[in-house]
Design a protein around this ligand. Structure first.
Ligand code: SF4
Ligand code: SF4
Length: 286
């Protein structure tokens, strides 16, 4: 099984459009949406939910008021301002609590316990393009790297069970922890970028990360014809790094229309030059 991750240096480059099209164009595969902070691949793939699980990302402190003598020690120790004084009773603000456990260990009355905290949910679904693992992180919740690792591992297990040829991973923008969790130990990273100055900068940043992780790279410049000069700069950079042929997708008005209709571009306009280019890319480059 070959593991392919689609990432971008920044948001809004057309990464999900590309992943949606690859979901349709590639052979037997399992798809996983590791862009858990802004998951939206499900909007294109229309999954039928099969299984749903809570994601416990960590623990939060909780005070048993019947044991607490209001000594205030936890309040003075907590560096995250998570212990609140309400009248003369102490309580934990779970949004601020980082789960470090300092108050739990310090409380002389053992009035504090550390409880599992549900940060979000993850799902196993069916789509017409293959099995799909995806997730939803609660608003303001952290631990996205941990959630990415979890759903990626589940997707890999399903891919092995189903004897899939591919694991197709939709990664998140940027170079943070969730991107590393989605990208590490993959066979190929497809980087989707755009011909803008910020696109060039963010692409070079993510490329540096991929170099460190020793992952093969293919590059797609989306809407390259909106600024051919900048597109050439990206191609020149890729050539200096011996990245092989860069796929240049033209601007096509059917792309936003497909997204508006909530279907992959391959299903909306199969004769689009974007679809033809991506089809050739799948056949010849991956
Ligand atoms: S350290 Fe324990 S006893 Fe003291 S205020 Fe906090 S919870 Fe209450
Ligand atoms: S677990 Fe850590 S962050 Fe949470 S309330 Fe206790 S000391 Fe503060």
């Amino acid at each position: 099984m070959k593991k392919i991750v689609v990432i971008s240096g920044k948001g809004g480059t057309g990464k999900t459009m590309v992943t949606g099209a690859l979901s349709d164009l590639m052979g037997k595969k399992v798809i996983v949406d590791c862009d858990v902070d802004a998951a939206n691949l499900h909007l294109l793939l229309k999954p039928r939910l099969k299984e749903r699980y809570a994601f416990v990302g960590g623990k939060k402190a909780s005070i048993d008021k019947s044991l607490c003598t209001q000594c205030g020690l936890c309040h003075s120790l907590c560096r995250f301002d998570a212990v609140k004084l309400d009248g003369n009773a102490f309580s934990i603000d779970s949004l601020n609590c980082e789960g470090c456990g300092l108050c739990f260990h310090a409380c002389p009355l053992h009035a504090i316990t550390m409880k599992d905290h549900v940060d979000g949910e993850w799902f196993i679904s069916e789509t017409v393009y293959g099995s799909f693992v995806h997730a939803k992180l609660g608003i303001g919740e952290g631990n996205s790297g941990k959630l990415v690792s979890l759903i990626r591992q589940k997707a890999e297990e399903i891919a092995v069970q189903e004897k899939a040829d591919w694991l197709l991973i939709d990664g998140s923008p940027g170079i943070g922890c969730p991107v590393i969790a989605a990208t590490v130990n993959t066979d190929l990273a497809i980087v989707v970028t755009e011909p803008t100055l910020s696109g060039i900068h963010d692409f070079q940043r993510v490329f540096k990360l991929l170099e460190q992780l020793k992952i093969s790279v293919k590059v797609i410049i989306n809407k390259y014809d909106l600024n051919t000069e900048n597109a050439q700069k990206i191609e020149k950079f890729c050539s200096s790094k011996q990245l092989g042929r860069v796929l240049k997708l033209p601007y096509a008005k059917e792309v936003p229309l497909a997204i508006m209709h909530g279907i992959p571009i391959t299903q909306y306009a199969s004769d689009s030059p974007v679809v033809r280019a991506l089809h050739n890319f799948v056949v010849n480059e991956i």
